[in-house]
Ligand binder design. Structure first.
Ligand code: FAD
Length: 542
């Protein structure tokens, strides 16, 4: 069977060109919202003509791992808990060759089936991006993970499986006094999942997102080929895959850049009542030398009593003044800063922090400080996860909206949205912080507004059970998007989600042509990551 498939692939480069034409023509064709019904959806286009023969055909493959064909509901679920598409099978690969063989087999079967393949990392997608309706979901976590290789030389790095969790990488690299430089706020995500998007957190202003901190990848393309790629070797595939929404290949290994790790962090929060003062200070900090190591921020609308919550883990610099502080019902903006440090050098640290804080214009009585370990800080969201899980609130729908807004329009955005479209943030945090794009590599597939400084604005809402929360939040999200479009803010979605080809094309803008060319080169039948709904599986004409 293996040699037949190889022969098929070699002979058919011409056919691939024909597939390309079909691929472009068959980008998601209309405005149907496939996720509008939060139950197990059935898209209108049948994925393949002879579904009963598919499981038996997959069973003929010789694998190190195995397929399961029953009890697949978990593969139709993600953190968003809004879209649910049942696959026909889940592959539990043990080896990279299991993934390659499966993709090659599906290519071979392409004249009789529209079967697609979705890699599933931790399934923390929001809108079904790691799902495949009646296709094959690859449970990446079952891939055998060789122990991580850490190069501790002049240019330190770690080699990890694409299915590795960032939290495990943190623990392993710390044994060598090293750690990755760029993070996400939550570390129980896979390398393959975050590198398919970007991986943005409060370190990205200095180091770029996670996709800019990778030296090399091993990828199984949509042709089933296993390819090593880097800036020097197969660079087009390398940059295509980084931020490529899983469209060009499945990441099976990544070489991630490391830097020295400190033991502790000083964690500081201060408040502002004027958005422009807050954002000026944020922009000042991300442009300063010897600044903080992490800079984020969030918005508090109608959130009285929040300062009291902080007191459990943060100490006010001036307890009396802090206890007298009142927001008078105003919207507040919290600047959150962290400096990493070695406890032996605490004096130098305190001087540095004093100097940095003296350059800011926050409300003096609202300075709160805390000291925690580096690991505790980086793994902070996991604590919230444990609490929410214990109350059954982790599994609720998460209609999140993440936007990138150019600096030149952030004041218009804040004025139009905070307090006007969004009247409270009782459904979840609203993060807002700028990043310095000069530090970012513009060769990846990731799309950003075209300015040197851009803001990430993340509406991280949860729809609580027994309320009309989901509908309300989704309507509110749409109002925010409509506002951005009407005011021509030049905003881009992060972790994007669209329904039509026109929307995807507008999202990618001048990068669309390259994206389509890469798709035709590396996944000509549009087998991979169908849950992103960018391309539709091509039909083989033989
Ligand atoms: P999945 O949901 O499993 O997959 C995501 C996409 O990648 C799918 O299209 C899938 O097919 C594809 N994919 C998965 N594995 C691979 C692979 N090995 N190769 C190729 N494609 C693959 N993001 C940030 O940038 N910053 C944050 O601070 C941040 N915080 C978060 C906090 C929480 C609580 C959650 C739930 C998410 C957060 N995210 C953040 C978003 C997160 O980065 C993405 O949802 C990411 O895709 C999740 O990784 P995953 O392993 O669960 O991916």
């Amino acid at each position: 069977m293996g040699s037949t498939v190889c022969g098929f692939l070699k002979q058919n480069n011409i056919i691939f060109l024909r597939f390309f034409t079909i691929l472009v023509l068959s980008c998601i064709p209309d405005g149907t919202n496939l996720c509008s019904n939060p139950s197990f959806d059935t898209p209108t286009i049948p994925p393949h003509s002879s579904s009963s023969s598919i499981p038996s055909s997959l069973k003929t493959l010789t694998l190190d791992g195995y397929f399961s064909f029953e009890n697949l509901k978990h593969a139709a679920k993600d953190f968003g808990n809004i879209c649910h598409y049942l696959p026909i099978a889940v592959l539990h690969p043990k080896s990279v060759s299991d993934i390659s063989s499966t993709i090659k087999h599906i290519l071979y079967m392409s004249s009789v089936t529209k079967l697609t393949v979705a890699a599933r990392g931790r399934g923390h997608s929001l809108q079904g991006q790691a799902q495949a309706y009646q296709g094959v979901v690859i449970n990446m976590e079952s891939l055998d993970r060789p122990s991580m290789y850490i190069e501790n030389g002049e240019v330190p790095y770690v080699d990890v499986s694409g299915s590795e969790l960032w939290i495990n990488i943190l623990h392993e690299t710390l044994k060598y006094g090293l750690s990755p430089k760029s993070w996400t706020d939550y570390l129980h995500l896979t390398v393959g999942g975050t590198l398919s998007n970007a991986g943005i957190s409060g370190q990205a202003f200095r180091h770029g997102p996670q996709i800019d901190n990778v030296y090399q990848l091993e990828v199984v393309t949509g042709r089933g080929e296993v390819v090593t790629c880097s800036d020097k070797e197969n660079a087009d595939l390398f940059y295509g895959v980084l931020g490529g929404l899983g469209q060009f290949g499945i990441i099976t290994r990544a070489r991630i850049s490391l830097g020295p790790a400190e033991k502790m962090v000083k964690w500081i929060k201060v408040l502002y009542s004027e958005f422009s003062t807050f954002s000026n200070d944020q922009e000042h900090l991300i442009s300063s030398n010897n600044s903080f190591d992490y800079i984020e921020g969030f918005v508090m609308i109608n959130r009285t009593g929040l300062l009291n919550n902080w007191r459990s883990s943060f100490n006010p610099k001036d307890p009396i003044q802090a206890s007298q502080f009142s927001s008078d019902g105003k919207i507040l903006y919290c600047l959150e800063m962290v400096k990493y440090f070695n406890p032996e050098k605490i004096d130098v640290l305190n001087q540095d922090i004093e100097k940095l804080l003296s350059e800011l214009n926050y409300i003096p009585s609202t300075l709160f400080l805390s000291e925690v370990s580096y690991v505790e800080f980086l793994d902070r969201v996991h604590l919230s996860e444990i609490k929410l899980r214990s109350k059954g609130l982790w599994e609720v729908p998460h209609p999140w909206l993440n936007l990138l807004i150019p600096k030149s329009r952030i004041l218009d955005f804040a004025e139009g949205v905070f307090g006007n479209i969004v009247k409270d943030n009782n459904n979840g945090p609203i993060l807002i912080y700028p990043v310095n794009k000069a530090k970012w590599n513009n060769r990846t597939s990731m799309v950003t507004p075209d300015e040197d400084i851009i803001y990430l604005v993340a509406f991280l809402s949860s729809a609580l059970p027994g309320t009309d929360g989901l509908e309300h939040i989704m309507t509110q999200n749409q109002h925010i998007l409509d506002f951005c479009a009407k005011a021509q803010l030049g905003a881009k979605q992060y972790l994007p989600h669209y329904h039509t080809q026109d929307e995807w094309q507008a999202h990618f803008g001048t990068q669309w042509e390259t994206f389509v060319q890469r798709k035709s080169a590396y996944d000509p039948l549009a087998i991979l990551a169908p849950g992103q709904r960018i391309f539709q599986k091509a039909i083989s004409i033989t």
